[in-house]
Write a protein that binds this ligand. Structure first.
Ligand SMILES: Cc1cc2nc3c(=O)[nH]c(=O)nc-3n(C[C@H](O)[C@H](O)[C@H](O)COP(=O)(O)OP(=O)(O)OC[C@H]3O[C@@H](n4cnc5c(N)ncnc54)[C@H](O)[C@@H]3O)c2cc1C
Ligand SMILES: Cc1cc2nc3c(=O)[nH]c(=O)nc-3n(C[C@H](O)[C@H](O)[C@H](O)COP(=O)(O)O)c2cc1C
Length: 761
């Protein structure tokens, strides 16, 4: 096979070597515009796991890499005058120049034709080869030449960074967070040779500009950073190598091949340097492509197989990198956290490392952070802390006003569509009762409507007749008498999404018959075929405020411990908050402050009736996922306004406002909005949305991304979710219903026998 490689970086050289190794008859030419030792940059990082994977492809190359690497296990975080260390991370640093020399040596030994100082100006001239490998890096000429075919998207991030070197050795992967008059500077530093370390300096665009770095030459940049980090450099100089400030470009391509041309490495995709994986991705691409070509003699089939095999892993890493770079863009937000919690958020920032993984890597560190969180949680809740070891974060108590929750798991509100005329019945008793028996600290009722017109469907529960309060009281009393859980009612009004069928009959679809009139801020139907709601008049507003106040009185009579107002998911109050659904021209429409006016009136009316010693939360949609809708930044403002009015907690959901929404789903996908509200505005939050593992819950709480964690669907599949989570975590302090004690004892016994749990007996 005749192979033309454009670019002699890690992807191009490793691929050339692997192909030649597989079949010496291949005719392979590598075109590299620079000299071999011209390379930009300093050291690259590999994890132990990456090295093992690459060793399977070429043990000789990885052995040479290992011989020249500087290995470390620790991560050291310098923050607000303290240094926090965590161990067990298993990484190596290697000079990029050495890596390229190893790869080039290997190629030469195998007979690859390496042509340095050979720039390709038009890849079309090489198309006569059987395969053209575009390994020409981040500014790929080939990608640009066939732009239409590859469909590249480049997202250049706002933070600025500069890649520098220093002779100062760093025994650990080291992060510095340092403020000066211009703002906060982040440093990522790691050693890759006995007397050489990479020293990347990063700042927000505002800080970078304030320091005049937008005008600085390379020499001025180095002089500025040497002054700023004089203590950290301990007398060592900084070294430049085409060290210019840049914004990181995240690159994606819709397709990775076009005819016989294929993209690999940075030309195909990039992942932010804070996950340290660009070289790893480039070399893994080379392995996957060489394997596909070995398996399929046919180039088009091999290129398709390569993309199919690599794309999921690359996209998953790019997702992790996106969350990680976001953390560095938002670091200012976390600067008030206590050092241990700050360190935990940094270590778990990409959401790939969790409380559980970290416990395996560094049990002592996790024991320290758990003890810290437990001590604080017990102190704040006014409850004596149990003897060591500290409970996992999810089993720490939480107090809001006079309400004390024994743990941090909540059963999220879930409509059951099984009531008649708003009356909760035996279904609700068993459904909510069993979930309360299942160990969660807090149980939410489904959205319970303040009027018959406010119901989503004819089968939704309500609190608009005295009989409803009595029926709810039976359920509340059961929970209080038989479990340690507390129970909150979620009050709502469906607005333009009222009068619809049950979820399993036709979600949000109008009733086939018997529809009732709808009200909304503006006369905009949900679907084009939905009823057009009436634009609310002042009289309508007065009625809705009064309905909420009456429902609150009934909630008190029912004995609920907490009350949540539903201002999310496109229902009535949410539709006032979002500009997508509120297009009023009076004082209730326009800017956010105006759009909040009516929801606030409702909130204040409820707060005035609801007892002072009982807490209130508000559920909001923190992202409408449409360009003209509520953004996570607006949500911080919404949360502030509600908290100023007396809300104790914000339950941070998202979406369901508009059919145009394009949500980005994933594990814990709404948690970043909770994180932002909690840490920017200093407000207690509940996180919800695709959180299904005890490890997610512990990670979210420990990192300070929320105060409580709501799970909905996992509780439909397993009412005893929390009891099982406690057993999984070997935590024995959770209260089980007494009649279930034999089950508890057996479960805990089984969980402590891995042979049983893995089915090996
Ligand atoms: C600040 C920073 C820190 C980083 N840290 C790490 C890290 O710790 N770990 C890690 O794994 N990765 C890291 N990376 C990423 C890493 O440098 C790249 O992801 C990796 O080098 C990609 O390999 P590649 O072979 O695809 O491209 P490159 O290494 O960019 O190689 C492309 C080659 O193609 C050549 N070329 C380009 N155009 C032409 C042409 N027309 N004709 C001939 N030759 C051409 C270039 O000269 C270059 O040698 C970091 C990147 C940055 C910016
Ligand atoms: C069957 C069902 C009914 C729901 N009903 C409500 C509701 O009444 N009020 C509400 O705020 N959210 C409601 N939701 C949304 C959930 O509370 C939760 O926010 C969402 O399901 C995401 O959490 P999960 O990934 O844990 O399921 C409902 C979800 C489901 C699955």
């Amino acid at each position: 096979m005749r192979i033309a490689v454009i670019g002699g970086g890690p992807a191009g050289l490793f691929f050339a070597g692997l192909m030649k190794q597989a079949d010496p008859a291949h005719d392979i030419v590598v075109h590299e515009r620079n000299r071999l030792d011209d390379t930009f940059g300093f050291g690259v990082v590999f994890s132990d796991a990456t090295e093992e994977a690459l060793a399977a492809a070429d043990a000789g190359v990885t052995a040479a890499m290992a011989a020249h690497s500087h290995r470390w296990d620790d991560i050291e975080i310098h923050y607000r005058g303290t240094t926090i260390s965590s161990t067990g991370h298993g990484f190596s640093g290697l000079s990029r120049r050495t890596l390229l020399a190893i790869l080039a040596d290997r190629c030469r030994g195998l007979g690859v034709d390496l042509r340095f100082q050979c720039e390709v100006t038009d890849p079309e001239t090489l198309r006569g080869a059987d395969l053209v490998l575009a390994a020409d890096g981040i500014n790929s000429l080939v990608r640009e030449r066939y732009r239409e075919q590859f469909g590249p998207v480049v997202d250049t991030r706002p933070n600025r960074f500069v890649w520098l070197g220093t002779a100062r050795p760093f025994p650990a992967f080291t992060f510095y967070f340092k403020r000066d008059a211009h703002g906060l500077w982040r440093v990522h530093a790691y050693q890759y040779e006995p007397d050489r370390s990479t020293f990347i300096v990063e700042a927000t665009e505002a800080t970078w500009r304030a320091a005049g770095m937008d005008q600085a030459s390379e020499e001025e940049t180095i002089a500025f950073c040497e002054r700023l980090f004089a203590d950290e450099l301990a007398g060592h100089r900084l070294i430049g190598n085409r060290s210019l400030w840049r914004g990181f470009p995240t690159i994606r391509n819709a397709r990775w091949s076009h005819g016989n041309v294929v993209l690999v490495g940075d030309a195909a995709h990039t992942a932010h340097f804070s996950v340290g994986s660009g070289t790893k991705l480039a070399m893994e691409d080379a392995v996957a492509l060489a394997a596909a070509l070995r398996q399929y003699g046919d180039v088009p089939a091999a290129l398709a197989a390569y993309e199919e095999a690599r794309r999921p892993a690359v996209e998953s890493l790019q997702r992790a990198a996106r969350v990680s770079l976001q953390w560095f863009e938002d670091t200012e937000r976390y600067m008030e956290l206590e050092p241990l919690q700050f360190a935990f958020t940094l270590l778990t920032r990409s959401l790939r490392i969790t409380h559980g993984n970290l416990k395996t890597r560094d049990p002592a560190f996790v024991a320290r952070v758990d003890a810290w969180l437990s001590e604080r949680a017990h102190r704040e809740a006014g409850v004596p802390a149990p003897p060591a070891p500290a409970p996992p974060p999810m089993f720490t108590p939480f107090r809001l006003r006079d309400l004390l929750l024994t743990n941090r798991v909540a059963v999220s509100p879930m409509c059951q569509y099984t009531a008649q005329d708003g009356m909760p019945n035996d279904w609700h008793l068993v459904h909510l009762g069993s979930r309360a028996m299942g160990g969660a600290g807090l149980i939410f009722t489904e959205m319970t409507d303040v009027s018959a017109e406010g119901r989503i469907s004819p089968f939704c529960t309500g609190l608009y007749r005295p009989e409803h309060a009595a029926a709810w009281k039976r359920i509340v009393d059961f929970v209080h008498a038989n479990t340690a859980a507390r129970i909150a009612v979620q009050l709502g009004h469906a607005g333009r999404k009222a009068s619809t069928q049950r979820m399993w009959e036709g979600d949000n679809q109008p009733l086939p018959a018997g529809n009732w009139p709808l009200v909304a801020p503006s006369p905009i139907p949900y679907f084009p075929h939905s009823q057009v709601p009436k634009e609310m008049t002042r009289a309508d507003m007065d009625r809705v405020v009064a309905d909420h106040a009456r429902a609150t009185g009934l909630a008190i009579a029912a004995g609920f411990d907490m009350l949540e107002i539903h201002m999310a998911h496109g229902y009535l109050l949410a539709s006032f908050i979002s500009g997508v659904t509120n297009q009023r021209t009076d004082e209730y429409g326009g800017g956010l402050e105006n759009r909040m006016r009516f929801p606030l009136e409702v909130f204040r009316a409820v707060r005035a009736v609801w007892p002072d010693d009982k807490p209130m939360s508000v559920r909001i949609s923190a992202n409408d996922w449409v360009p003209d809708g509520i953004t996570p930044r607006d949500a911080v403002e919404v949360a502030r306004i509600l908290t100023d009015a007396g809300a104790d907690m914000i339950d941070v959901s998202a979406g369901q406002t508009s059919k145009r929404a394009k949500p980005v789903y994933g594990r814990m996908f709404q948690t970043p909005f909770s994180d932002r509200i909690r840490n920017e505005a200093g407000i207690a939050t509940l996180a919800v949305g695709n959180i299904y593992d005890a490890d997610h819950v512990n990670s979210i709480l420990m990192a300070g991304r929320a105060d409580l964690v709501c799970l909905a669907r996992p509780h439909l599949a397993n009412p005893y979710w929390t009891l099982h989570a406690a057993a999984d975590l070997r935590y024995e302090g959770l209260t089980w219903p007494k009649p279930y004690w034999p089950g508890r004892d057996q479960l805990h016994r089984l969980k402590s026998r891995p042979d049983v749990m893995t089915g090996k007996v």
